[in-house]
Design a binder for this molecule. Structure first.
Ligand code: SAH
Length: 466
């Protein structure tokens, strides 16, 4: 980390821009009905189903503790919703993916933007400054992060805010929503410098005296305060439920035991023979009209819940939020995938040892925000956001103070990875949530030239979770 000061010069243009609020919200938010799922992957999902698979005699992979647990559950209670499977695979105390070790970085399974360069968190911090000013500098604020990973993003945000005492002095507390006891300790080290032996702590202080609180549930984050929220690669970890349009209407795709010798996995997808509670409650309204037989949709009810709660908090107490993730601005059909060691895996490969993730449907998140009474702006691409916030200027500042040529080269590479259309610049999107209907800078209501609306596309977005 390089300690070049974020200069006031860098922040000023945004502060000014906040005053010049633009009228239109990004036109992509109007794609409320989304695009029907593509037909091209129709059989991919069910290909491991014994009925359709022709190859025989495939040995089963070793069974993980979690796979065994899930099979036992299915034996007693019947097939699971895909969402229930994902929830268990990611956060079950008995070997859920996020409940174990550190999964980030070159040695881990994927690398996220904040881990690539300090510039990412710094510019998110600068955006929060603009929002603080847009709210006329409230007396007290709190910072809230959902799914903080290694704590890198929040420490970069905090370091940036520390250089602006008029705001830093107003930070009453930081609240982190984290399910993983292991990552909680990693975050404690990153933010406070303290090495914790157990995860049995509720709060700790940063060296600059800000108290950091951990919560397993968002509901426990105290309200009544102006809050700045950040959720980076959190919504893609929310369980999705899958449905397929059949001649009898929507049918849920579920997870059952696979005892066949035609697949190495212990689990398989099946189509529920009759209407399920999930199908009856989740698929409602115009949004899901006009689908043809064989088309599939993914719905993440918890994404709706989190987005709505953030919106409600902002409406009641003031504040702003950034939701950053990869995804599209329409309903997705088949985007769920596993990830391990920087490669895609089958959804049922080694449950608990592979990450599971689905593209975020930003139009769904935006609808939930509208339902809360707050306002969603965007999405715009990561490349557009970071460039507009001055990543170029920041890179120049850092290059000047870098000690070696290698360091400078690494910085330029990181820059390109973050903003370049072939890296994360295009597939990752930023959505802002504010109490005002006026779009904040740089969500200016103009068509984002890089925005990939994904019309007609589906399936896992390429070059993700690098
Ligand atoms: N924001 C970080 C980490 C992203 S990974 C980064 O970008 O580097 C997802 C994070 O969300 C992890 O910290 C994981 O433990 C946490 N998480 C996943 N599901 C969660 C849930 N249901 N509740 C709370 N935290 C969760």
């Amino acid at each position: 980390m390089i300690a070049a000061r974020i200069s006031l010069r860098l922040a000023r243009p945004y502060a000014l821009a906040v005053g010049r609020q633009q009228r239109a919200i990004h036109q992509c938010r109007t794609l409320l009905h989304g695009h029907p799922a593509s037909l091209k992957d129709l059989d991919r999902l069910l290909v491991k189903d014994g009925a359709t698979q022709t190859i025989r005699g495939i040995a089963k992979e070793p069974e993980t503790v979690l796979a065994k647990h899930i099979k036992d559950t299915i034996k007693i209670a019947g097939p699971l919703s895909v969402g229930q499977y994902i929830r268990q695979a990611l956060t079950h105390p008995l070997g859920g993916y996020y409940m174990k070790g550190d999964v980030f970085g070159v040695q881990g399974d994927f690398t996220t933007s904040p881990e690539i360069s300090q510039m990412f968190g710094e510019l998110v911090g600068v955006w929060f400054i603009t929002q603080y000013q847009a709210l006329n500098g409230p007396d007290k604020i709190q910072l809230v992060e959902l799914g903080p990973g290694r704590g890198t993003l929040m420490s970069d945000i905090l370091r940036t805010l520390e250089t602006f005492p008029f705001l830093h002095n107003k930070i009453e507390a930081i609240h982190l929503v984290e399910a993983s006891p292991h990552l909680k300790r990693v975050q404690a080290k990153a933010l406070t410098g303290q090495t914790m032996e157990s995860s049995d702590f509720k709060s700790l202080k940063t060296p600059s005296g800000v108290e950091v609180f951990w919560h397993e549930n968002f509901e426990n984050v105290p309200g009544g305060r102006c809050s700045m929220f950040i959720a980076h690669e959190f919504f893609d970890a929310m369980p999705i439920y899958k449905f397929e349009m059949t001649e009898h209407g929507w049918r849920e795709i579920m997870v059952d035991i696979d005892e066949s010798d035609s697949s190495p996995y212990h689990l398989r997808f099946i189509r529920a023979p009759s209407n399920t509670k999930a199908a009856a409650t989740m698929i409602q309204g115009e949004r899901y009209a006009n689908y043809k037989q064989g088309e599939r949709i993914e719905i993440a009810p918890e994404s709706w819940g989190f987005a709505k709660q953030i919106g409600e908090r902002i409406k009641a107490d003031g504040g702003a939020a950034l939701v950053v993730d990869y995804g599209r601005n329409h309903i997705l059909g088949d985007s769920l995938r596993g990830i391990r060691k920087h490669k895609f895996t089958h959804v049922f490969e080694q449950p608990g040892d592979c990450d599971l993730s689905a593209d975020v449907d930003f139009s769904f998140v935006a609808d939930a925000v509208q339902a809360s009474g707050s306002h969603a702006h965007g999405p715009i691409t990561q490349g557009t956001f970071l460039r507009a916030m001055g990543i170029g200027t920041r890179l120049q500042e850092l290059l000047k103070v870098a000690q070696t040529q290698d360091k400078r080269k690494e910085m330029v590479q990181s820059f390109e990875r973050l903003v370049g259309p072939l890296g994360m610049g295009r597939v990752y999107k930023f959505l802002a949530i504010t109490g005002s209907s006026e779009a904040p800078y740089p969500f200016l209501g103009v068509e984002d030239p890089e925005l990939d609306t994904g019309a007609g596309e589906d399936g896992p977005t390429p070059s993700l979770k690098q």
